[in-house]
Each structure stands twice: as structure tokens, then as C-alpha cells.
Ligand binder design. Structure first.
Ligand SMILES: *Cc1c(COP(=O)(O)O)cnc(C)c1O
Length: 365
């Protein structure tokens, strides 16, 4: 059996024809940038997140960057985040001229530890970026409490958490703003690059609207030195077909996760920390295991694709040599060698999940 880590074939079979019609509609309209498809997507995505506003941009990375810019983050400022995340979280901070400050995670959830945020604060701290890693939300109540006390912005990196909830409230509505990615493999993915920023702050939203479109107020009036970072109509049309299906796709991911849970007794999987009203959307199904690399080789031999999210903490990457590490990253480093992401997507077959479980059990038997 061949079990790919991710596979689009099922999606194409299910909605390919509808996507083709939606893309043709845009082509025939001749309206390719900042048009009705984007407006519709922004309205629907804001509703999904229980937010007043959503602004489509060119990628998740740009969503993080433009939100930070709109918050006034720049040179001399520090932004606190984690080292066990995708590089873009910290790249966006670097782009503004501010310094990424890496703090440790909680050992059980692998999410940012609010107590470590407190210990990392300086008079230069301006913002916190909690990453809702793997599809579950960070401890936002504790984080918002620190932010309120110290007058800091909180930007959710929700690039892996479309449709997730924290104590009954949707990801994207928990901080001052949130950045989502529509990279193709995300729980909601475009057929190319795209991203979106949600917020309830009118002023932030308006500033992001300028920043993504050259800083242009009216044609030939430039209030800000902005950027070209729009979510184009073809991608918006694809996303408009897919958004109504997100919930059922997350439910499909949860069903696979349950089969993994049952089929891997004694193996610890990273689940949800906050039981009531909080949920895991399983962008990734991650286990923490001894002899991780040997297990990975064993699974590869059985035709099973796995990945590691993420193999090298960002503070150890040359690109982030000018970042700051606050306190010990013992939990981050301790977990990096143990994590393994198993195949996970809505189209994965039950028999494939069982096959993966059997291969893992074989290895440890
Ligand atoms: C995917 C991702 C991003 C970047 O999104 P792009 O759309 O690829 O630019 C940022 N942060 C996290 C945690 C991600 O998973």
C-alpha cells in the first residue's frame, strides 16, 4: 500500500468540475483583482471567524507581515513568538525591522507558554504572535490578559487553524487580528498562494486595505508606502467553492484522528488542551515517540509518507541569527527530536489509517 502524506486526488474528483466552472466565470468576467469574488470570500470568512472584517492578501506570510505593519511594529521593537513554527511567523517580524523573541512552549500542548511570555517582556516588546500549531488554539485568555496589562498587540498566527475554536470562540476572533494562509495543503487551501487577515478593529482593517494595495487611497493618491499583496479573483473563486465544505472536511479529519487514536494505544498524540468548547481541527496529526527517525524510516519502507513539523527550531537557523531567545527553550528542543506527523487529509481512507497504525505498532513490537 502507498499512503501519501497529502493527496489532492480525492478533492479533484469531488469538486474539480465545480472549480473549473468558477474559474471560467472569472476569466469570462475580465475582473481579476479586487473584485466580487474577493468581497464574497471576505464576508464569508469574517462570518466563519465571528469577526467584523476580513482582508484578503497574497499569502499567509503577507497576512502576518501586513498585520504587524498596520499595528505599527517596526525597528527597535520586539515581537514574542515561538521557535517551533513555520519560518514565516518569524520572517514576517524580520520584514518589519523588529526583532523576533523566541520563548518556550508548554511540554504537553507544544503551544506557547504564557508564563514564558511574561518573563520575556522588555520595554521594547510591542506584540505577541501565538501560533495555533497543528490546528488547535494557544491559551488565548492568558495571553490577552498579559497584552491588556502591558498594552501589547496580539496577532494570532492562525495559518493552521481555520475553523478551530477556543472555549467556544473561533480562531481569528481571539486576538487583535489574525493571519490565515490558504496555501494549497492547509485545511482551506487555494490553488496557488493566498491569505487573509481577520480583525474587529476598524482602524487596523482600513490600514491593511491600504497597505495591500500600494497604500493607495484613491487612484493616484498614496497615503502610505504600501505593497502589492492582493488575493486575486481566481483564487478567491476557488476558495468560495471550498469554504462551505470546510466544516465537513474538518469532520473527516477528526474521524481519521479517532482511528489513529484507537489504533495507536500507548503512543502519545498531541491533542487538545482545553476540553470544553475547544477543538482540534487536525491540520496535522502529530505523535511524540522515542526512536522517531528509525520509525520514520520503517514507515517509509512500508510506503507511508511522514513529515516533521518542525525539525529545526528557528533560533538555530542562520536567517534568524539576529533574533533573541528569552529563557530556556528546553521543551522546544526536547520535543523536536520526538515529533512525527502522520498522513492526514480529508480523503484518507479508513483502511489507509489502519495500515499506518499497524506499521507503527509493528515497529515498537
Ligand atoms: C503556512 C504557514 C504560514 C505561511 O503561510 P503562506 O501562505 O505559506 O505564506 C505561516 N505560519 C504558519 C504557522 C503556517 O503554517
Amino acid at each position: 500500500m502507498d499512503v501519501k502524506f497529502f493527496d489532492f486526488a480525492g478533492e479533484t474528483a469531488a469538486i474539480g468540475a465545480e472549480i473549473t466552472r468558477a474559474v471560467s466565470r472569472v476569466i469570462n468576467s475580465g475582473h481579476f483583482v479586487l473584485g466580487p469574488e474577493l468581497e464574497r470570500l471576505e464576508g464569508a470568512f469574517a462570518a466563519l471567524c465571528g469577526c467584523k472584517y476580513a482582508a484578503g492578501v497574497a499569502s499567509g506570510t503577507d497576512a502576518l507581515f501586513l498585520a504587524l505593519k498596520a499595528m505599527g511594529i517596526g525597528p527597535g521593537h520586539e515581537v514574542i513568538t515561538v521557535a517551533n513554527t513555520f519560518a514565516a511567523t518569524a520572517l514576517a517580524i524580520i520584514y518589519t525591522g523588529a526583532t523576533p523573541v523566541f520563548v518556550d512552549i508548554e511540554p504537553d500542548s507544544h503551544l506557547i507558554d504564557p508564563q514564558r511570555i511574561r518573563e520575556a517582556l522588555t520595554e521594547r516588546t510591542r506584540a505577541i504572535i501565538p501560533v495555533h500549531l497543528y490546528g488547535r488554539c494557544a491559551d488565548m485568555d492568558a495571553i490577552m490578559e498579559i497584552a491588556a496589562e502591558k498594552d501589547l498587540y496580539v496577532l494570532e498566527d492562525a495559518c493552521q487553524a481555520h475553523g478551530a475554536h477556543y472555549k467556544g470562540r473561533p480562531a481569528g476572533s481571539l486576538g487583535h487580528a489574525a493571519a490565515f494562509s490558504f496555501y494549497p495543503t492547509k485545511n482551506l487551501g487555494a490553488y496557488g498562494d493566498a491569505g487573509i487577515i481577520t480583525t474587529n478593529d476598524k482602524e487596523l482593517h482600513e490600514k491593511i486595505g491600504l497597505l495591500r494595495n500600494y497604500g493607495q487611497r484613491d487612484r493616484y493618491t498614496y497615503d502610505l508606502a504600501g505593497y502589492n499583496s492582493r488575493l486575486d479573483e481566481i483564487q478567491a473563486a476557488v476558495l468560495n467553492v471550498k469554504l462551505p465544505l470546510l466544516e465537513s472536511w474538518i469532520a473527516a479529519r477528526r474521524r481519521k484522528a479517532q482511528i489513529y487514536d484507537r489504533g495507536l494505544p500507548g503512543i502519545s498524540a498531541i491533542t487538545d488542551k482545553f476540553a470544553a468548547g475547544s477543538d482540534h481541527t487536525y491540520y496535522l496529526y502529530v505523535i511524540t515517540v522515542p526512536q522517531r527517525d528509525a520509525l520514520r524510516d520503517h514507515l517509509a519502507q512500508k510506503g507511508i509518507g511522514t513529515l516533521i513539523h518542525y525539525p529545526v527550531p528557528l533560533d538555530r537557523q542562520p536567517a534568524f541569527k539576529n533574533s533573541r531567545v528569552a529563557g530556556s527553550l528546553a521543551n522546544t528542543y526536547g520535543r523536536t527530536g520526538m515529533i512525527l506527523s502522520l498522513p492526514m487529509h480529508p480523503w484518507l481512507k479508513e483502511a489507509e489509517v489502519e495500515y499506518v497504525c499497524e506499521a507503527v505498532r509493528d515497529f515498537y513490537a
